[in-house]
Design a protein around this ligand. Structure first.
Ligand code: C2E
Ligand code: MG
Ligand code: MG
Length: 730
């Protein structure tokens, strides 16, 4: 950026003086005038000899620099006057050395001069080469003005418009400039660049409860943590408010990016010390990669924003990669919100109950109440989907309180040794008046408080922790029990446990599922959590146990209770009552003997490339290491194929097993988790290579790899029989 140093009256005087100085032959009146010009500080003069050494410098200039002159006179000019550093806000100009060598005129050249005290002053030089009658170069004659005060001020202003004042990070303007410049340059050199958008979860609470200075301090600490993770792999900036951005050149490996995002989430979620008080926040991260998700800066920014929105929707404290399906996710959420409101008004939300069983006796000790919503059009909608939508407004309060009242009433019909656990959203929990709602539900139903358990996730530990502590104390006084749900996900900090708020810890499903697989550290984590809980006098529950081997493991590691499909899926109140009517509180385990690698059941049309043919197939399920497809007949085991999952995701695979019309594929390189329960490839086909094949450079679309040419070419007879496909629900 060029600085606008204004010409003023002093300068035109100065230019005139310089003119005269260069022409002066020593006339006394002139030297008197020049002496006065110097004296008044209007201008200073300098000259060099033909070799470029400083031969003259005004007395005033020497005085300003605190120099007697000896150490400066006779020195090369480029040693006395230094080029200014090329930092933010500094004007761009050719170097002094370059100009002197070319013997060109010096026009407002800004230089840095070190004074005798070692501090830097800034001068603006004008000067011109002096030639004798024969045209020989005799040296430079010029003038100088000290512009130190003005220069420092103007560079600071320029810097401020590039730098976020609070954190010292790049600001929105600089980040936008950088991103645009980088994408333009990278397009030419065919490089990739990732953009991460961060938004702090529940920062507002800290600001509201602890005050703005505390909020500012927190943002500074966040900036420091971010920089220490990103280091010189990329540029961290603050867009404003609680939004940050990270620009990562030459990054398109979604595995590495996911790990980095995960480290950022973990680090930001550790507690902060602010003026002697502790505060906790979280962060969500959205990731988009150029040129795959966007070729232009605004396109890429929008993509990263959408991914961020989706990460926040999921549950906060996570990251999400952009996919083109996210484009219409926002409008879907809005629609879901409207339908949910109607459902609540019509009383369409029901509760189901899942038993928590003592694995030593198979006796049920407690039921967890889980919301169920059956929508006429959309079918069953999972609470994992609609609870976050309800949390966007106060609907969650209505839903939560209705569930609480219903659960208390239902539990009263059970044997009086059996407890009921109710999930509580953080938003509901930290709202003033929650304790009253609990007390009212207990009073209305007549359920003894010790039979009610509230399941809370770590996300309640936000903002000012002293306020949160007070809520816990109030609830404990009522006599209800408290359970920490989904322990080990998101904001894990053992700090919460020390305060003795909880009667129970529920070990998250992600540790339990697949815990028996070889080389897994999950069994060690489970054992550690159980030991810790025992030491602190808490009960433990292993969530999501599906297979017999998982049951054996969590039993052996000492989990007090087990909840999972192995004992029962969530059932209706009628089913619960029928079970007790038969006189039995016993649930027998039944399930597969061993855990199977996580498979996502999907019925999606995808592509399969074999030799020069492109087939349509249906993806039946997908795991990290393989997939099952149908739609082709007669594919022998061992055939090498490429599965096209769309969005530029090609997976080199081999047919590992086959029936007449279905094949099990094994992937050459495993897929990676996409951060929201699905799988994706580490790398995608680059729009740059597609551009080389004649497809216009653009972000990847939702569809299959554009291979229409292959499809139509029909160079050889297809090896396999394409069956007619019908995808359920499409
Ligand atoms: P959660 O509290 O962790 O509940 C456990 C979830 O795991 C339930 O999912 C349950 O059906 C599922 N689950 C239990 N055992 C297994 C298993 O062996 N395998 C598998 N794959 N899943 C198992 P659900 O009912 O879909 O609920 C999801 C989440 O929605 C709950 O997680 C809870 O956070 C939230 N939620 C449900 N009801 C309420 C509610 O009334 N209020 C609030 N605030 N949140 C609720
Ligand atoms: Mg729960
Ligand atoms: Mg849970």
């Amino acid at each position: 950026m060029r600085l606008g140093f204004r010409k003023n009256q002093r300068e035109s005087n100065n230019a005139a003086a310089e003119q005269r100085a260069a022409e002066t032959s020593g006339a006394t009146d002139r030297s008197v005038v020049l002496g006065e010009v110097e004296e008044l500080g209007i201008g200073m003069f300098w000259a060099t000899d033909a070799e470029g050494n400083l031969s003259f410098l005004s007395q005033r200039a020497l005085a300003d620099l605190g120099s007697g002159g000896d150490e400066l006179i006779g020195k090369p000019l480029i040693r006395v006057f230094n080029d200014i550093e090329e930092e933010v806000g500094a004007p761009t100009q050719r170097s002094l050395a370059f100009k002197l060598k070319a013997r060109s005129k010096l026009d407002e050249q800004i230089v840095a001069v070190e004074d005798a005290r070692g501090s830097t002053r800034w001068w603006r030089l004008n000067g011109r080469p002096l030639l004798d009658a024969e045209g020989n170069f005799r040296g430079y004659r010029g003038s100088a003005v000290d512009i130190s005060a003005q220069y420092a001020y103007e560079t600071q202003v320029a810097r401020q418009s590039q730098v976020d004042e609070l954190t010292g990070l790049a600001n929105r303007r600089k980040l936008n400039e950088r991103l645009s410049a980088m994408l333009a340059a990278f397009r030419v050199s065919q490089r990739s660049c990732a953009l991460m958008m961060l938004d702090l979860d529940r920062f507002k609470q800290v600001n509201d409860t602890m005050g703005h200075p505390a909020g500012d301090e927190l943002l500074k600490q966040v900036a420091t943590r971010l920089q220490s993770i990103v280091k010189d792999h990329g540029e961290v900036g603050r867009l404003g408010g609680d939004e940050f951005q990270v620009l990562l050149p030459d990054m398109d490996d979604r595995g590495t990016l996911g790990e980095l995002a995960n480290r950022i989430v973990q680090s930001i979620s550790q507690p902060y010390q602010i003026n002697g008080r502790r505060a906790i926040i979280g962060t969500s991260v959205g990731i988009a990669i150029a040129p795959y998700d966007g070729v232009e800066a605004d396109e890429l920014t929008r993509a990263a924003d959408m991914a961020l929105y989706s990460a926040k929707e999921t549950r906060g404290g996570t990251f999400c990669f952009f996919t083109s399906e996210l484009r219409d996710a926002a409008s879907k959420t809005a629609m879901l919100g409207d339908r949910l409101r109607d459902a609540v008004d019509n009383g369409d939300l029901k509760l189901a109950y899942q038993p928590l069983v003592d694995p030593l006796t198979n006796e049920v000790k407690c039921f967890e109440a889980l919301l169920r919503w059956h929508d006429e059009e959309a079918g069953d909608i999972s609470p994992a989907q609609f609870i976050p939508v309800a949390e966007n407004d106060d609907l969650i309060i209505r839903i939560g309180e209705a569930a609480l009242r219903q659960a208390c009433v239902d539990a009263l019909a059970w044997p009086d040794t059996i407890r009921v656990a109710v999930n509580v959203s953080a938003k509901q929990f930290i709202r003033p008046g929650y304790r009253k709602a609990v007390a009212a539900a207990l009073a209305a139903s007549g359920l003894p408080p010790q039979r009610l358990e509230l399941e809370i996730t770590e996300s309640v530990f936000v903002g000012d922790l002293e306020t949160v502590d007070a809520i816990f104390r109030d609830l404990k006084k009522l006599g209800v029990r408290l359970a920490l749900d989904d322990f080990g996900t998101g904001y894990s900090s053992l700090g919460y446990l020390k305060h003795g708020h909880f009667n129970k810890i529920k070990i998250d499903q992600s540790f339990v599922r697949g815990c028996t697989e070889n080389g897994d550290i999950n069994p060690a984590i489970i054992a550690a959590i159980v030991a810790l809980a025992k030491a602190l006098g808490m009960e433990t529950v292993a969530e999501g146990v599906e297979a017999m081997d998982e049951l054996a493991l969590v039993k052996e590691r000492g989990a007090d209770l087990v909840q999972g499909y192995i004992f029962s899926r969530p059932i209706t109140q009628e089913q619960v009552l029928a079970q007790f009517a038969e006189g039995s509180g016993v649930f027998r385990p039944s399930g597969p003997p061993r855990h199977r690698a996580e498979r996502i059941t999907i019925f999606r049309k995808v592509g399969l490339i074999h030799e020069d043919h492109y087939y349509d197939v249906i993806l039946r399920n997908l795991s990290k290491t393989g997939a099952r497809i149908t739609g082709l007949a007669g594919v022998p085991v061992g055939t090498e194929v490429v599965l096209d999952l769309g969005h530029g995701q090609l997976v080199v695979s081999k047919v590992a097993n086959a029936t007449e019309n279905s094949q099990g594929l094994k992937f050459e390189t495993p897929l990676i988790a996409d951060g929201s329960g699905g799988f994706m490839t580490r790398h995608r086909i680059s729009p740059y290579s597609l551009a080389e094949a004649g497809i216009p450079l653009a972000a990847l679309g939702a569809g299959a790899f554009p291979l229409a040419k292959w499809r139509d070419a029909n160079k050889t007879v297809p090896k396999f029989v394409q069956l007619e496909l019908s995808v359920p629900g499409t």
